[in-house]
Design a binder for this molecule. Structure first.
Ligand SMILES: Cc1cc2nc3c(=O)[nH]c(=O)nc-3n(C[C@H](O)[C@H](O)[C@H](O)COP(=O)(O)OP(=O)(O)OC[C@H]3O[C@@H](n4cnc5c(N)ncnc54)[C@H](O)[C@@H]3O)c2cc1C
Length: 434
C-alpha cells in the first residue's frame, strides 16, 4: 500500500558505497531528517556522506501527510501547564522558524508548498479551544477562535493558526539531495568509534549523525525504553472539495485531514503497532459518514516514534557523548521536527550554541511513571509465549491481518509474512511459519 507521493514523482538514484571514504560527518539514514541534516551541514562547509540502507525517502517519509504545522499532539495550553512557558515558547518558535526554512528552500524546489492555515478543532469543548487560542497568543502566534470550518459537521470550536503550510514531501526531499554525497543500498551494520561499517566498505568520519527513524544502536541511550512507536492509517479519496486549510481533531482518537491536489487525505485510527483496535476503520467510517460522495482510491499505514514527554530527542546519542548524535522521536511532526533537528545539530557540530539544545537533549530526565509504564508494555510481550519472536529484543510478535505483517507490540518493528523486515528498530528479518 503506497502513498500518493511515491506515485507522483520519480526518485533520483545514488550509487552504493563500494570503497572506503573519509568525511567530516557520516549521516546514517536518508529520510527527511538525514537529508536535511546533511544539507544544512554542507551549507556550513562540512563534507558529509549520507548512508541509506535502501532508497532515499523510502522509509517513513514516503508515507507522511506532510503538513508543516505548529501543533503537536500536546496542545500548547497543556504544554505550558506541564513543561512551563519557556519550553512551550522555545518549541513554538523553533517550529515557526522551521516552516520559514521550508518556505525559503521551496522557492528553489518545486514541491507544491502552499501556505494555508491549520485548524485544530474540538467536537464538544469550546472552552478547551478558547484556552488553546489564548495559549498560542501568549506564545506570540496570532491564533483565532472560530466555529466556521470547511468540515461538513458543526464543531464546538477550533483554534485557527496562520502561517502554516503543506507540501509534497518527496518532491521537496529529492530537491534537497542536490549536491549531496549519498550512498543508497548501503546499510550501516555497526559503528567502530566514528567509523561507520557497512557491508562492503567503511566511512571514516569525525562525527556521526544517526537519523534512522528509530535509533539502530541499542547499547547506548536506552531509546528502546524511553520511546515507542505509534501507527496511523491514511486513506486518499477523490471527489471531495479542497479544504483550504489543514485540519486536526484535538481528541486522542480523532482524525486529521488535508487536501493534496485532487485527493482528500483522511488519517486516524492510531495505535501502537501490534496492538488491537482502530486502524483503517476510523478514516473509512469518517469518509462514509461525512464524505459519502468521495471515493477511496488508496490507503496506507505509517508509524512514528513517540517520546515520553512529546518532545523529540535531538543531540548527543548518549549522555556526555561528543561524536555521535541522534535525531528521533518526532511524534507525528517529523517534517518540522527534521528541520528543527537539522538546525540544532548543524549548530552543535559546528560549535555554535543552539537555544533548543537543552530542551531536546536525549539524556534529559524522564518522569519515572511514563518510563515504568512504557517498560511494562514491553515486558508483557517479552514474557508472552507466542511465536514468532522479534529479532530486535525477542518480544512476541502479533499478526496484523489488515496489512499482512508481523508487528512488534514492544518497540514497533514490523516484518512481512515471509519474515523480511519492513520497519526498524529490528535490523534483520525473522523466521516465520504461518
Ligand atoms: C501517518 C503519519 C502522518 C504524518 N504526517 C506528518 C505531517 O503531516 N507533518 C509532520 O511534520 N510529520 C508527519 N509525520 C511524521 C513524519 O512523517 C516522520 O517523523 C518523518 O518522516 C521521519 O523521518 P525520518 O527521516 O526520521 O525517518 P525515515 O524517513 O524513516 O528515514 C530513516 C531512513 O533511515 C534508513 N535506515 C535505517 N536503518 C539504517 C541503517 N542501519 N543504515 C543506513 N540507513 C538506515 C531507512 O532506510 C530510512 O530511509 C507523520 C507520520 C505518520 C506516521
Amino acid at each position: 500500500m503506497r502513498s500518493v507521493w511515491s506515485e507522483t514523482v520519480s526518485p533520483p538514484s545514488f550509487p552504493r558505497l563500494e570503497k572506503d571514504v573519509s568525511v567530516d560527518v557520516a549521516v546514517i539514514g536518508g529520510g527527511m531528517a538525514g537529508v536535511l541534516c546533511a544539507a544544512l551541514l554542507r551549507e556550513r562547509g562540512l563534507e558529509c556522506a549520507v548512508l541509506e540502507a535502501d532508497r532515499v525517502g523510502g522509509g517513513i517519509t514516503a508515507n507522511t501527510t506532510a503538513v508543516l504545522s505548529v501543533q503537536t499532539e500536546t496542545l500548547n495550553a497543556e504544554r505550558i501547564r506541564k513543561q512551563g512557558f519557556e519550553a512551550a515558547k522555545l518549541l513554538l518558535d523553533a517550529e515557526r522558524d522551521a516552516i520559514g526554512r521550508f518556505r525559503a528552500h521551496a522557492e528553489k524546489i518545486p514541491c507544491e508548498l502552499t501556505v494555508l492555515p491549520a485548524l485544530t478543532y474540538s467536537l464538544c469543548d469550546a472552552e478547551k479551544m478558547k484556552a488553546e487560542v489564548n495559549a498560542l497568543r501568549s506564545l506570540g502566534l496570532d491564533a483565532t477562535f472560530t466555529t466556521d470550518t470547511p468540515l461538513p459537521f458543526p464543531v464546538a470550536g477550533a483554534a485557527q493558526m496562520p502561517g502554516t503550510a503543506q507540501f509534497h514531501p518527496l518532491k521537496f526531499l529529492y530537491g534537497m539531495t542536490n549536491g549531496l554525497q549519498i550512498y543508497e543500498q548501503t546499510k550501516v551494520l555497526r559503528l567502530d568509534g566514528t567509523t561507520a561499517v557497512t557491508e562492503r566498505a567503511r566511512v571514516n568520519a569525525k562525527k556521526i549523525v544517526v537519523a534512522t527513524h528509530f535509533p539502530f544502536i541499542n547499547r547506548h541511550g536506552l531509546y528502546f525504553l524511553k520511546m515507542y512507536q505509534k501507527r496511523s492509517f491514511v486513506i486518499a479519496c477523490k471527489g471531495a472539495k479542497p479544504l483550504g486549510c489543514t485540519i486536526m481533531d484535538e481528541a486522542e482518537d480523532g482524525v486529521y485531514l488535508r487536501s493534496a491536489g485532487e485527493f482528500l487525505l483522511i488519517g486516524g485510527g492510531d495505535r501502537r503497532p501490534g496492538k488491537k483496535g482502530c486502524g483503517f476503520d476510523v478514516p473509512r467510517e469518517f469518509r462514509q459518514r461525512y464524505y459519502p460522495q468521495a471515493k477511496e482510491v488508496r490507503a496506507w499505514g505509517n508509524q512514528d516514534c513517540v517520546t515520553l514527554d512529546d518532545l523529540p530527542y535531538i543531540g548527543p546519542y548518549r549522555s556526555g557523548g561528543k561524536d555521535v548524535f541522534v535525531m528521533t522521536g518526532f511524534g507525528g511532526c517529523g517534517m518540522t521536527g527534521s528541520m528543527i533537528g537539522a538546525s540544532v545539530l548543524a549548530d552543535e557540530l559546528t560549535g555554535q550554541k543552539n537555544r533548543c539544545a537543552k530542551l531536546f537533549d536525549p539524556s534529559r530526565r524522564m518522569k519515572p511513571l511514563p518510563l515504568l509504564r512504557n517498560g511494562g508494555e514491553a515486558v508483557k510481550d517479552l514474557l508472552a509465549l507466542r511465536r514468532p519472536r522479534c529479532s530486535h529484543m525477542g518480544c512476541a510478535l502479533r499478526w496484523n491481518p489488515e496489512e499482512k505483517s508481523w508487528d512488534c507490540p514492544c518497540h514497533g518493528s514490523r516484518f512481512r509474512a515471509n519474515g523480511r523486515i519492513i520497519d526498524n528498530p529490528a535490523t534483520r528479518g525473522i523466521q516465520t511459519k504461518r
